[in-house]
Design a protein around this ligand. Structure first.
Ligand SMILES: *Cc1c(COP(=O)(O)O)cnc(C)c1O
Length: 427
């Protein structure tokens, strides 16, 4: 299938091209030309399959003309090496836990599949260069760790990320190179930009950004919505409402795409923190981003969500009304209160999932069944959750092992010449 640029419909590229390019011209996002649909019987059969086999079938609906079923299966099998369990919280609400991957967040699904696709379609060795303020770096590092023909260079602000975050991706070694920069995150980002502007460096290393708007991430994320329904065939019964904690709105886009494929979901709730550009837009009709504010759910501190154009495109293409999308925002006090409420139900959570749960339980109608996405492991927000609940949280074993390993980063001054020299030295 071809993918077109939402901003320049004439720019139409193959899947291979779309993932290598990331963005189209004019910073436009790629979107599938066709929105495939499974029949009721096909859906029924899909829901009986195991996670990997089913996910390979779903992805084949979009990329089957460029990759054989066997190759897709092999790549999915390498990417999705951890489960996505549905855990009941009470009699009509459950959590879909997407945080059992190596970096304890749902971004492992999209990141690992993107890494598999970039290596599948890339002929020459590539160098993934990215700057991180913490989380994305870890997801990228683990997604590409040990893959052939790929080097990864991750810049981060020295001393400005949490010790645990640093341990998570700076202890891997091998093809993962981590660089602690004496400066802040903006400095790191500007060094990355300079590297991409350096034609000689770009060509010699085969630089690629593996960024978060890559269409391969969205396609991968469709798969766990099917996995949730497969685990809930009894309860959901065409009355399923799914609440998605949203920042850049990639996760919600994937959920809506699952619905276009025929997955029985009654409606979605777009759940945000106080960065409420989308809820305000959906209630009043104006798109007016405010300055971004810092909240407890910091992975959702986004006031200009970069995947929103895809959501609008999808509603347009399906002739769906935007007012069928449910929405709401939750402030920090209510988030903390909700983490305590969930704990009394026997479920230890974290701020992102708590926001999704809160809006779900406020908006669920009699007869409906609710599912909220658990996007991060509570241990990822250990200090915060411990403080809110006044109780100690154990580290998951995988993280405890990492925490004991030495940091392998090199240290540089915030000068491009230093970065350049280092990057050429790893060739
Ligand atoms: C990235 C992230 C989100 C937001 O997901 P989007 O796809 O950007 O809307 C929510 N929760 C956590 C923990 C995240 O890391």
């Amino acid at each position: 299938m071809k993918f077109y640029n939402i901003k320049e419909h004439n720019e139409q590229v193959s899947f291979a091209q779309a993932i290598k390019q990331g963005l189209g011209c004019n910073q436009g996002l790629f979107f599938p030309m066709a929105l495939p649909e499974f029949t009721l019987t096909e859906i029924k059969n899909l829901l009986k399959m195991d996670f990997v086999s089913r996910s390979a079938c779903i992805l084949a609906a979009y990329i089957g003309d460029e990759l054989s079923p066997e190759r897709i299966f092999a790549r999915v099998e390498s990417a999705f090496v951890f489960p996505a369990p549905v855990v009941a919280v009470n009699e009509n609400i459950a959590a879909l836990e997407l945080f059992h991957g190596p970096t304890l967040a749902f971004k492992d699904f999209g990141g690992r599949f993107m890494a598999q696709m970039l290596t599948e379609f890339g002929q020459e060795p590539v160098t993934i260069l990215t700057a991180t303020s913490g989380d994305t770096g870890a997801a990228v590092a683990h997604a590409f760790y040990g893959l052939e023909n790929v080097r990864v260079v991750i810049l981060y602000p020295d001393g400005k990320i949490s010790p645990l975050q640093e341990k998570l991706f700076c202890t891997l070694g091998g093809n993962i190179h981590t660089v602690a920069v004496k400066g802040d995150f903006d400095v790191c980002q500007s060094l990355v930009k300079q590297a991409f502007d350096d034609k000689q460096l770009k060509q010699r290393l085969g630089l690629n950004s593996a960024n978060s708007i890559n269409i391969s991430r969205l396609l991968a994320q469709i798969c766990y919505y099917f996995e949730a329904v497969a685990q809930l065939t009894q309860q959901s019964n065409n009355q399923l409402v799914i609440s998605v904690p949203s920042g850049n709105f990639g996760n919600l886009t994937a959920g809506l795409m699952a619905k276009t494929l025929g997955l029985p979901v009654k409606r979605y709730i777009a759940a945000t923190n106080s960065n409420d550009t989308v809820p305000r837009y959906l209630s009043g009709g104006f798109w007016r981003p405010n300055p971004t504010v810092t909240t407890l759910s910091n992975a959702m501190d986004v006031s200009q969500p970069n995947n929103w154009p895809r959501v609008e495109e999808l509603f347009l293409r399906k002739n769906w009304q935007l007012d069928t999308l449910d929405y709401g925002c939750i402030d920090d006090d209510t988030t903390a209160e909700t983490i305590r409420e969930l704990a009394t139900l026997g479920y230890v959570s974290e701020p992102h999932a708590a926001i999704a749960y809160r809006l779900l339980r406020e908006k669920l109608k009699p007869g409906e069944y609710g599912l909220f996405l658990g996007t991060a492991h509570p241990a990822k927000f250990k200090d915060l959750v411990e403080q809110i609940l006044n109780q100690r949280l154990p580290l998951p074993p995988a993280l405890a092992v990492r925490a004991a390993l030495p940091i392998l980063s090199v240290h540089i001054l915030p000068q491009f010449s230093e970065l350049r020299q280092y990057m050429l030295s790893i060739l």
